[in-house]
Structures are given as C-alpha cells and as structure tokens.
Design a protein around this ligand. Sequence first.
Ligand SMILES: NC(=O)C1=CN([C@@H]2O[C@H](COP(=O)(O)OP(=O)(O)OC[C@H]3O[C@@H](n4cnc5c(N)ncnc54)[C@H](OP(=O)(O)O)[C@@H]3O)[C@@H](O)[C@H]2O)C=CC1
Ligand SMILES: O=C(O)[C@@H]1CCC=N1
Length: 285
Amino acid sequence: MCRVSFAIISILMKSLIGNIAILGSGNIGLSLAYGLVKSSYQTASSIILTRRNVSGLSEQAALGYQVSANNMEAVSSASIIILAVLPQQLNGLLNEIKPVIDAKKHTVISVISGVSCNDIKAKLGEDVQVIRAMPNTAISIGQSMTCIASENATTENVDLVKGMFETVGSVVVINEELMTSATALCACGIAFFLRAIRAASQGGVEIGFHAEDALKMAVQTAKGAADLLLIHESHPESEIDKVTSPKGCTIAGLNEMEYHGFSSSLIKGIKLSALKAGGLYTEEK
Ligand SMILES: NC(=O)C1=CN([C@@H]2O[C@H](COP(=O)(O)OP(=O)(O)OC[C@H]3O[C@@H](n4cnc5c(N)ncnc54)[C@H](OP(=O)(O)O)[C@@H]3O)[C@@H](O)[C@H]2O)C=CC1
Ligand SMILES: O=C(O)[C@@H]1CCC=N1
C-alpha cells in the first residue's frame, strides 16, 4: 500500500515537473542527466538532451533519453531549461532559443561558469527567471556539491531547483557574487582532489606497491578521510592530530609536504581557478 502511494506521488511529481531540456549535453550536462535518472527524480524519457553533433548522443538515445539537435523544439516541450554549453558557445544558443522562451512557463538554470543571471536575462528577457547552479561531475553518482544562486527567481522556484539538486548531492544557496569561488572550490575541486589521489598512488608505487593496488589504497584512504569529516563533523586538524604520533612518521611526512608547498599550492591553484572562472565569459565577448 505504502509502496503504491509512493509510486503514485512520484508519478504526480514527475508530471508536475514536466520535461527537462539540457541544452549542451557534454560532460556536465550528461553527468546531471545520469544523476537525475539514477536518483529517480526524472525518467530518461522526460529528459531532452541536445547538442549540435547529435550522433554523439546515440548511446543516450539507446538508454531512453530524448536526443535532439534542435534547441528550439527542446525548449518548447520542456518547463525546466538547463544551459550547459561552454561560455563561448552561450550567446549563439541564447539568440537561438529566445523566440521560444516563455517567462511564465520556463525556469532557466545555468551551470555555465562566469555568466551572471543578468547576462542571461539581458539576452532572454528581464522577466525570465534564471537560477545559476554550480554542480560537479560527481552529480552522476548523486555525490555533487552544488551551489545555487538567483537574483529574480521566486522562492518557490529556488526551492524547486534546490530540491532537484538535493536528489543528486548536497546543496548550498549562496550569493551570486560567490559563484566563481564556488566554481573553483567545488566544480574544479573534483579535479584537484583526484590529482591529489593520483599523486598519493604514485608515491605508493615508489614505496613498493603495484600501481593497481596503490590506487585502490589511495582512493579508499581519501574516502575515509572525507567520511571522517562528514560523519564526525570535525575539523581536518583535529583528525590529523589523531594520526600524528609523537616523533612519528606522519608528522615527518606532513612537514616535508608542507616544506614543498602542499597547502600553499592548493590554495594558490584555487585562487587562480576562481580568477579564471570569473573571466571565462567576458574574455570571449
Ligand atoms: N565539466 C564540469 O565539471 C563542469 C562544467 N561546468 C560548465 O558547464 C559548461 C559545459 O562544460 P563541459 O560539460 O565541461 O563542456 P563540454 O564541451 O563537454 O560540453 C558542452 C556541450 O555543449 C554542446 N553544444 C555546444 N554548442 C551547442 C549548441 N548551440 N546547442 C546545443 N549544444 C551545444 C557541445 O556539443 P556539440 O559540439 O556537438 O554541439 C558539447 O557537448 C561550461 O560552461 C562549464 O563552465 C560547470 C560545472 C562543472
Ligand atoms: O574547467 C572548467 O572551466 C569547467 C568549469 C568548472 C569545471 N569545469
């Protein structure tokens, strides 16, 4: 009985949400689509994926997604429009879809770095509700850290979008001026932590493990470190204090890493990424 009610509510929710059009189905667009289907937020058949080279979406078509090269048709048959092209591809896309954007029907979500809500409203119309979202590729497995911001969307629509991204990870609503910082810390951040894991596994090979074992060990150790912070809700230094035995090998390794700029290089990289993220759109204009 309970399962039947849940299924009915789920079907009703999906019919209320309507189709989702993802315009620009590359790395992040597809990651989002996969995550939404995996979380049961939406069915593949209710997601329209577009790209110019539509033959590149044959795998997704076989999985049941609607695929198209026609952005106008996709917008016309959806209520949520997700913009996921590169910043330098955006103006062409906005000019193309403007004639079919209906401010009463559509909520526009942009995951594009360095493009403000105002930039998009200036092209699509001031009355169009635009919400910026900055997810990362872990959205495909329901583990994204997504930041969202809007200037003109109703609370109801911000809640709808927040709810959608909460099905595929954690969400923080931020001021739009912090969006480029969120891009560097969370979206680019996935790559930074992955590089750290690769470096750790290379260290593992240097000290005697085969590459495959070293990678497995580094990955699980990184996961354990992240989970300690999430589950204990603790500060990294307090967890580090539990590992560093007096006169031990951990503090020796840590201090050597800091001597070579470990923390400093991460901080400087994040600052440069944020700077670059802020200029991605304007430098193309
Ligand atoms: N990758 C990531 O982890 C994240 C990326 N972002 C942002 O998301 C955006 C996309 O990045 P990413 O996925 O890496 O880039 P990709 O190049 O992988 O994806 C862009 C996609 O857009 C398609 N495209 C280009 N022009 C059009 C058009 N006019 N109509 C429809 N589709 C079009 C391209 O395919 P085709 O050439 O066939 O049209 C391509 O598949 C960027 O703005 C980036 O800043 C945000 C958060 C994380
Ligand atoms: O590298 C980029 O520009 C995009 C934005 C955030 C992640 N990838």
